[in-house]
Design a protein around this ligand. Structure first.
Ligand SMILES: [Zn+2]
Ligand SMILES: [Zn+2]
Length: 162
């Protein structure tokens, strides 16, 4: 650890990057550029700021030019940027295709690879988790049944006699 690192309590390079981002954030706000390129809503905090390329530079005919082209730069929420990147992926991290047959969606819209999920379910860890789910389900059903019976009993007691 260098003397500078010690004084800053972090690596000097990290501190410089942080300072640059703070300066940028100040300018973004001052120039009214604090609107997300993806969703159109305001970007409220520096932690949510992401700098991205409007068109992916890797696939451009001149990648280097596309990378440094300031016209191709936009600001967005970190989460908007990463969910866009997530959508652009055609394969899961294990390389299975995200096609119609192999993809299903969580209620929150996340994609899940069927093959990976199946592999997980067959593993010891997955079997353990599924058993826990089933047990929790049985417990919940039993609790509901007990409540129903209790309600019925209460109703029987409090109903007026003939
Ligand atoms: Zn956004
Ligand atoms: Zn997979």
């Amino acid at each position: 650890m260098s003397e500078k690192d010690r004084l800053l309590g972090m690596p000097h390079g990290t501190a410089q990057n942080k300072l640059r981002k703070m300066l940028l954030w100040q300018l973004v706000v001052e120039t009214g550029n604090d609107t997300c390129f993806r969703c159109g809503r305001p970007i409220d905090s520096i932690d949510d700021l992401s700098i991205e390329h409007k068109e992916a530079w890797q696939g451009a005919s001149d990648p280097k030019e596309a990378f440094f082209d300031l016209e191709n730069i936009a600001f967005s929420h970190l989460r908007c940027n990463s969910s866009e990147r997530q959508r652009a992926k055609t394969h899961c991290s294990k390389g299975h295709p995200y096609d119609k047959k192999n993809t299903y969606y969580w209620p929150n819209g996340w994609r899940k690879c069927r093959e990976c999920e199946n592999n997980y379910n067959r593993s010891d860890k997955g079997r353990c988790r599924n058993e826990r789910f089933r047990q929790a389900n049985r417990d919940a059903l039993a609790r509901k049944e007990r409540e129903r019976q209790a309600t019925r009993r209460r109703a029987g007691v409090s109903s007026p006699g003939p």
